[in-house]
Design a protein around this ligand. Structure first.
Ligand code: NDP
Ligand code: 13P
Length: 289
C-alpha cells in the first residue's frame, strides 16, 4: 500500500493467485519477498528460470533461517541472483499496526548504498520512516533471532513473572543475540538499532506477535501442537530456535535462554522448569563476550 501511494505500480503474487510469477516480475525494478522461511529457496529457484530485468533489486522481509545450511534469506537471494543487489527490510513492524497506518520505523540494509537508498524512497511515507544501513546480515539476524527471545517473553508474561523478570530476560536475550551475531559476522551496533533492540522490544511486548503467543499460550498450559494449530500465520522462532541451537553447539557458544526455549519446544521441560534452570545457573560477571 505504501509503495502504491508513492506512485509505484505494484503487482502481488501468491501461489494461489491468478497472476503467474513470470507476469509479475516481467518489468519489475523491485522484487519484494515476504514469504515465510520454508518457501524462500523454492520461490527463489522458480524465479531463477524466469527472465528478470537486469537492474531489478531484490528486497527480503523474511525473518528466518534455513534448517540445512543455516543460510539467511538474503544469502539465499544473493546466491541465487549474484549479479543483482539484495536489500534486507526489517524492523519493529507488527503488520496489524502497519495496516492501521499507525506510525512505525524500519531499516533497509544492503552492501549496495544505491540499492538501499532506492528502496528507502519506495517505502518511505509520513507514517513509515525508513532508515538505511550497511550491515544487511546484522539487520537480518536481529529480526530473526529476536523471535526466540519473543517466545521466552511470552512464557515470562504467561507465568506472570513481572516487569523485572521481563527486563532481565530481554536484556540477557540481546546479549545472546550479539554473542552469536558477532561470530556470524554482524556488527554489534546494528543489534542496538531498530532492527535489533527495536524489534526485540516490539515483539517481546506485544500479544500481536505470533512468537510471543507461542510462549504465552504454552505457559498457560497448551502444547506446541495445540498452539500452532490455531495460530494465524507463521511463528518463525520455532524453526529458528532449532537452527540456532545447532549452530551454537557447533561453535561452542553459550545461549542459555535459547537452550531453554529449545527444550521447552521439544517438550523436554515445562515453562516453570525452564525458568528454574535459567535462575539456578552459575553466578558470573555480566559481560563475558
Ligand atoms: N520484515 C519485517 O519487518 C517483518 C517480517 N515478517 C516476516 O515475514 C514472513 C512472512 O510473515 P507472514 O506474512 O506473517 O506469514 P504468513 O504465514 O501469514 O504468510 C506466509 C506467506 O508465505 C507464502 N509461502 C510459504 N511457502 C511458500 C511457497 N513454498 N511458495 C509460495 N509461497 C509460499 C504463503 O503463501 P500461501 O498463502 O499460499 O500459503 C503466505 O503468503 C515471516 O518470515 C515473518 O517473520 C513479519 C513481520 C514483519
Ligand atoms: O517480526 C515481527 C514484528 O517486527 C512480527 O513478529 P511475529 O512474527 O512474532 O508476529
Amino acid at each position: 500500500a505504501i509503495a502504491s501511494s508513492n506512485n509505484h505500480q505494484v503487482s502481488i503474487w501468491s501461489r494461489n493467485g491468478s497472476q503467474t510469477l513470470a507476469q509479475v516480475v516481467e518489468n519489475a525494478d523491485t522484487i519484494v519477498s515476504a514469504i515465510s522461511m520454508k518457501g524462500v529457496r523454492e520461490v527463489a529457484t522458480q524465479l531463477q528460470s524466469l527472465p528478470i530485468p537486469p537492474k531489478a533489486v531484490f528486497v527480503t522481509a523474511t525473518k528466518g533461517l534455513e534448517p540445512e545450511y543455516t543460510s539467511t534469506p538474503s544469502q539465499i537471494w544473493q546466491e541465487t541472483f549474484p549479479s543483482h543487489p539484495v536489500v534486507v527490510l526489517s524492523g519493529p513492524n507488527l503488520s496489524k499496526e502497519i495496516q492501521l497506518e499507525l506510525p512505525a520505523a524500519t531499516v533497509v540494509a544492503s552492501t549496495s548504498k544505491d540499492a538501499a537508498e532506492f528502496v528507502q524512497l519506495v517505502f518511505s511515507s509520513s507514517r513509515f520512516r525508513v532508515y538505511t544501513n550497511s550491515d544487511p546480515l546484522g539487520v537480518e539476524l536481529g529480526g530473526t533471532l529476536k523471535n526466540v527471545i519473543a517466545i521466552a517473553s511470552g512464557v515470562c508474561d504467561g507465568l506472570q513473572l513481572g516487569t523485572n523478570a521481563k527486563a532481565a530476560l530481554v536484556t540477557r536475550g540481546l546479549t545472546e543475540i550479539i554473542r552469536i551475531g558477532n561470530l556470524w559476522g554482524a556488527k554489534t551496533e546494528t543489534f542496538y538499532g531498530l532492527s535489533g533492540l527495536g524489534d526485540l522490544l516490539a515483539t517481546c511486548n506485544s500479544p500481536l506477535s505470533r512468537n510471543y503467543q507461542v510462549g504465552y499460550q504454552m505457559a498457560c498450559g497448551k502444547t506446541l501442537t495445540e498452539v500452532l494449530a490455531h495460530l494465524e500465520g507463521t511463528a518463525e522462532g520455532v524453526n529458528t530456535c532449532q537452527v540456532l541451537m545447532q549452530r551454537a553447539k557447533q561453535r561452542n557458544i553459550s545461549m542459555p535462554i535459547t537452550e531453554q526455549v529449545y527444550r521447552l519446544l521439544q517438550g523436554e521441560v515445562t515453562p516453570r522448569q525452564a525458568l528454574d534452570e535459567l535462575m539456578l545457573r552459575d553466578i558470573k560477571p555480566e559481560y563475558s563476550y
